[in-house]
Design a protein around this ligand. Structure first.
Ligand code: GAR
Length: 205
């Protein structure tokens, strides 16, 4: 069974969906640890309530990245818990290339838009304000760019004529909760084959 580490900064609804999918048997994985850069993150509380080892590790003084020596603490914690796949679930920091190298091709992220559209912060608002008719969510491998690595799964959400940003965001989040666990399961089953920047799913069910 694959051991995953989940990095979080906020509410932790994606983390909760992963926990729930493991409990219900829809996802064959174990959460080795949850790490947050925000000690007040609701995600930490959710992890602890579910009995998952959960840590706040100070990110250092930078706003966008983890400080280099702090990043080493994150890596140490993930290794200590024998993590094989790192899942960013609302983790709002960019990782240095040293971190990416340490878990090469083993870091994935969920983003609330159909990438490469609407990268970065407030993706749902960007899509809503742009006036797209189809929004959605993406799970992708993490590379040096922001919300830029090879795409594993995308799922679309229709924007309704009378939608609000809040309603649309809620429907996107629901889809996020499905596709993140699906992507982890595919990774765990070694069904993801990387060809250039494309990810082929081997023997899809
Ligand atoms: C989710 O919508 C996730 O896609 C987004 O943060 C939210 C976290 O919610 N991540 C990004 O925008 C990354 N670029 P959660 O804490 O309830 O899972």
């Amino acid at each position: 069974m694959i051991v995953i580490g989940v990095l979080v900064s906020g509410n932790g609804s994606n983390l909760q969906a992963i926990i729930d999918n493991i409990k219900s048997g829809n996802l064959n994985a174990k959460i080795g640890c949850v790490i947050s850069d925000n000690q007040n993150a609701l995600a930490l509380k959710k992890a602890k309530e579910s009995g998952v080892p959960a840590y706040y590790i100070c990110p250092g003084s930078g706003k966008t990245y983890l400080d280099t020596e702090r990043e080493l603490e994150y890596l140490e914690c993930l290794r200590k818990h024998k993590v094989k796949l790192v899942c960013l679930a609302g983790f709002m920091r960019i990782l240095h290339s040293e971190f990416l190298q340490a878990f090469k091709d083993r870091i994935i992220n969920i983003h609330p838009a159909l990438l490469p559209s609407f990268q970065g912060l407030h993706a749902q608002r960007q899509a809503f304000d742009y006036g797209v008719k189809i929004a959605g969510a993406t799970v992708h491998f993490v590379d040096e760019g922001v919300d830029a690595g090879p795409i594993i799964i995308q799922r679309a959400v229709t924007v309704k004529d009378n939608d609000t940003e809040e309603e649309l965001s809620k429907r996107i989040l629901k889809v996020e909760h499905q596709i993140y666990s699906e992507a982890i399961q595919l990774f765990a089953e070694k069904k993801l084959k990387k060809i250039g920047r494309k990810i082929e799913i081997i023997n899809p069910d």
